[in-house]
Write a protein that binds this ligand. Structure first.
Ligand SMILES: *Cc1c(COP(=O)(O)O)cnc(C)c1O
Length: 227
């Protein structure tokens, strides 16, 4: 595991880079939130980031988050947890209980499951719709051409409030066209949250209007393969 000082130094570097990109884009750096992606990182690897003041964290797996975060949150009640990985409808209950923001709403069955759990629990996580800007068959997300209808369905059929959009551009494409497309769809619907940009491309995402960047390996180091 990466040592605590390196995590803290990496965090500072990423924050500097965010400020630089915001400045280059003539944006207020305060308008760009850093989500530290801590998937596969054990609690003791996350601690130094919390101690250094980082409060927004992203996790990909409900079960993993459930095993790590309740204890961390007792120590840091103001930590904010973001689900950035695919969500199965049968995990909607746990996801609504655990996460403050869900970035991966991308189909009708999930909208229905989330609506049910939100009603039941009275908890209202912020919801983002994932858009499959590259129309990759293996990736989650709503096709760009289907977003308008899906947003209307979330609102009208399921009574859900969607606050923004999220995308993961294809690894082999220059990302800026995807970020630009996501920003244009968000603008058309007056959605304020734009979750885009990872370790390799978050400065470009900030240039294109990202309000949330999801940065993992640039903070915590390269991930071990899962298993
Ligand atoms: C893992 C992950 C990230 C972080 O990726 P890095 O390249 O490590 O910064 C961001 N977003 C999503 C959806 C991810 O799954």
């Amino acid at each position: 595991m990466i040592d605590p000082q390196t995590v803290v130094a990496n965090l500072a570097e990423v924050r500097d880079e965010i400020a630089r990109a915001a400045h280059d884009g003539e944006r207020d750096p305060a308008g760009v939130a850093l989500i530290a992606v801590s998937k596969t990182i054990p609690a003791e690897g996350i601690q130094p980031a919390l101690a250094a003041g980082q409060r927004l964290f992203g996790e990909n797996y409900v079960q993993e988050a459930k095993s790590k975060w309740p204890a961390l949150r007792e120590a840091y009640p103001d930590a904010e947890l973001h689900l950035i990985g695919p969500l199965q409808s049968n995990k909607a209950r746990e996801a609504v209980e655990l996460f403050d923001v869900i970035h991966t709403l991308d189909r009708t069955s999930l909208a229905a499951a989330l609506a049910k759990e939100i009603q039941r629990s009275g908890r209202h996580p912020t919801l983002l719709v994932q858009v499959n800007t590259g129309e990759e068959p293996q990736k989650g997300g709503v096709a760009p051409g289907a977003v308008d209808a899906f947003l209307a369905e979330c609102r009208e059929t399921h009574g859900l409030t969607v606050s923004g959009l999220m995308c993961i551009p294809p690894a082999e494409d220059p990302p800026s066209a995807h970020f630009g497309l996501l920003a244009a769809i968000a603008r058309r619907h007056a959605l304020s949250v734009l979750s885009m940009g990872m370790s390799a491309d978050y400065p470009a995402a900030i240039q294109m209007g990202a309000t949330h960047v999801r940065v993992g390996s640039a903070i915590f180091g390269a991930r071990q393969p899962k298993g």
